[in-house]
Design a protein around this ligand. Structure first.
Ligand code: NOJ
Length: 602
């Protein structure tokens, strides 16, 4: 389930190869050849690097362990920069690696301007930035401003007394019906994303504090200008160090409605309250999510961020948002205005929560971002560390690799920037814990067995077939078990197989970077009444070059006729899935079950 559904455990219930046509790509290392353009281009295109970027999410705990302690680390990422460069990515987003008690695996930060010893040192971080720049890869950090760890010195001070200068840095309230001897009930019915009340009683000062996420993640009070100032300084600190952007975590939940009244309970068709998988009465989340203060704050952050002088990474630094918003209008709002810009790339989570192979639903989402966000560009995404991987949400158990080819084509051949999660390019499968006692993510303990938490999508990266898949030494005990399919689903095996998913991703990324029609121009949906296939046209900015993309969302072969919509005398194959045929005529493009055809219009 996508994180929104998770958020909505609260809000909505926790329910939630190829004959690589090497005409376009002369060999397996082809995608790396496209890379230098990104860093070495003209000033204008440097400024725009992010618009057609491929951003790769690294969950540092699970990517590469360099010291055999079973936990991935920064030096591990540095070791794998060659791989990432060959894959063709422009930037890596590293989920939090700051000092943390790891109650939420880094999203509970105890010091915003240091590196957790588990992941290395500040010197390791600096080396990673320097090496990444040599590999033409930008570093994007995670910035968690909604909450800190309860072990952060600010919260420790805040909870120590009602008169402490840090008291007002967090959200404190009296209980309902509280007396000198009775804590009363929580101030209102607001829910934590991770289950049950969002309010935690604190005996020392006899008040409740608000936590949208785990109890150990108290929310900041963003109405306090000192909080804003503290984060301005934190963002400046990392930007000066060479960070090329931030992914702002849980950003839509920064503010709470000042009324602190109860949220509306969500009812089912029969009028009964909806109960989440975590056993809570579901509320609509309208007083705790997507409030207007977020726009004001992010417009401010944009001015701070932009004011830091250029660092190792030339070109624009970007603000990416974790933006699970209810509608395309809300997403459009988060780009800000010309005078008050906010995010460059608020993530389009709407696409990734379609959750089934439905050409019509995905067409609607792509049309939305092509037509309803002005001249802005989307950041498309299907997978991340909070949600089961593609196999568990879109797969049918038989054609998972081909289904991933279809979705990766949607991701990488559409207009805009694309983000994917480590291991997507291999077809890594969701592998949830088998026993409750093995669960690491606390919400999985609460939700067991209906909801097993997020461990399943966080298993170690599969580099090779050895005992720990090359993630760690063979004798180490990785923090999560290595899935058994490492025998075949791994970088080493897939690099050697021209029909592998990994080589499909490389070819797609290479096309995105090098073909003028895929690199920048517009996108028009074709054959829009077809419920089985999804086809679109990409054109270069000057309109001279055109590419058609045809994807089959069913297990049966389909033939698509685009002759009445696209002018041209024929097609040249750029990329097709392993069992697909070359198509020469726009009038009859045949695609096998869950097949893909990408062709240049002649
Ligand atoms: C979203 C992050 O992606 C997730 O992993 C985390 O638990 C919450 N925000 C809270 O920080």
């Amino acid at each position: 389930m996508m994180m929104k559904k998770l958020t909505a455990a609260a809000a909505a219930g926790l329910s939630s190869a190829l004959a690589l046509v090497l005409a376009a790509s002369p060999g397996m290392g082809q995608s790396a050849q496209a890379k230098p353009t990104t860093m070495q281009a003209s000033a204008a295109s440097l400024e725009d690097w992010w618009k057609n970027a491929v951003i790769y999410e690294v969950y540092p705990r699970s990517f590469q362990d360099s010291n055999g302690d079973g936990i991935g680390d920064l030096n591990g990422i540095t070791q794998r920069l060659d791989y990432l460069e060959k894959l063709g990515v422009d930037a890596i987003w590293i989920t939090p690696c700051y000092p943390s008690p790891q109650a939420d695996f880094g999203y509970d930060i105890a010091d915003y301007v240091a590196i957790d010893a588990q992941y290395g040192t500040m010197a390791d971080f600096d080396r990673l930035v320097a090496e990444a720049s040599k590999h033409h890869i930008r570093i994007v950090m995670d910035m968690v401003m909604n909450h800190s760890s309860d072990e952060h010195k600010w919260f420790k001070a805040s909870r120590s007394s009602k008169t402490n200068p840090y008291r007002d840095w967090y959200v404190w309230k009296d209980g309902k019906g509280e007396t000198a001897t009775d804590k009363g009930a929580p101030p209102n019915n607001w829910l934590s994303v991770f289950g049950h009340s969002a309010w935690e009683w604190d005996e020392t000062t006899r008040q409740y504090y608000y936590h949208k996420f785990y109890v150990k993640q108290p929310d900041f009070n963003w109405n306090n200008p000192k909080v804003q100032k503290a984060f301005d300084d934190i963002v400046k600190f990392w930007t000066k160090k060479g960070v090329a952007g931030f992914r702002f975590d849980a950003i839509t939940t920064l503010f709470e409605d000042p009324s602190f009244s109860d949220e509306t309970v969500v009812k089912d068709k029969a009028g009964n309250p909806v109960i989440s998988e975590l056993g809570d009465v579901v509320t609509d989340g309208k007083l705790t999510d997507n409030l207007p203060g977020v726009d004001v704050e992010m417009a401010h952050m944009r001015t701070v961020f932009d004011a830091v002088p250029a660092n190792k990474f030339p070109g624009r630094r970007v603000m990416i948002g974790e933006t699970y918003v209810p509608s395309i209008a809300d997403l459009a709002r988060l780009y800000g205005t010309k005078d008050k810009p906010e995010f460059e790339l608020p993530m389009d989570m709407q696409l990734g929560i379609t959750n089934k192979m439905d050409a019509v639903a995905i067409r609607a989402k792509l049309t939305d971002v092509e037509t309803k966000i002005g001249s802005n560009l989307p950041l498309l995404v299907f997978e991340n560390h909070d949600n089961p991987r593609i196999d568990a949400r879109y797969g049918d158990g038989v054609h998972n690799a081909d289904i991933t080819r279809v979705l990766s084509t949607v991701l990488l051949a559409s207009h805009g920037a694309s983000m994917f999660y480590y291991g997507s390019e291999l077809g890594m499968a969701t592998t949830p814990p088998e026993r409750k006692e093995d669960v690491k993510d606390p919400v999985g303990l609460l939700g067991w067995p209906k909801y097993k938490g997020r461990d399943g999508e966080r298993t170690p990266m599969q580099w090779d077939e050895t005992a720990n898949a090359g993630f760690s030494t063979e004798t180490a005990k990785p923090w999560l078990p290595v899935p058994a399919n490492k025998a075949t689903v791994n970088v080493k095996a897939e690099e050697a197989d021209p029909n592998s998913l990994l080589n499909w991703y490389k070819a797609l990324i290479s096309l995105k970077k090098t073909h003028p029609a895929l690199a920048g121009g517009e996108m028009v949906m074709l054959d829009v009444s077809n419920t089985k296939t999804l086809s679109w046209l990409r054109s270069s900015v000057d309109g001279k070059q055109k590419v058609v993309v045809v994807t089959n969302f069913t297990a049966d072969p389909q033939t698509v006729n685009l002759a009445s919509e696209v002018t041209g005398s024929g097609l040249k194959t750029l990329l097709k899935s392993p069992s697909a045929k070359d198509a020469t005529s726009l009038g009859a493009i045949e695609v096998p079950g869950f097949g893909v055809f990408v062709g240049e219009v002649r």
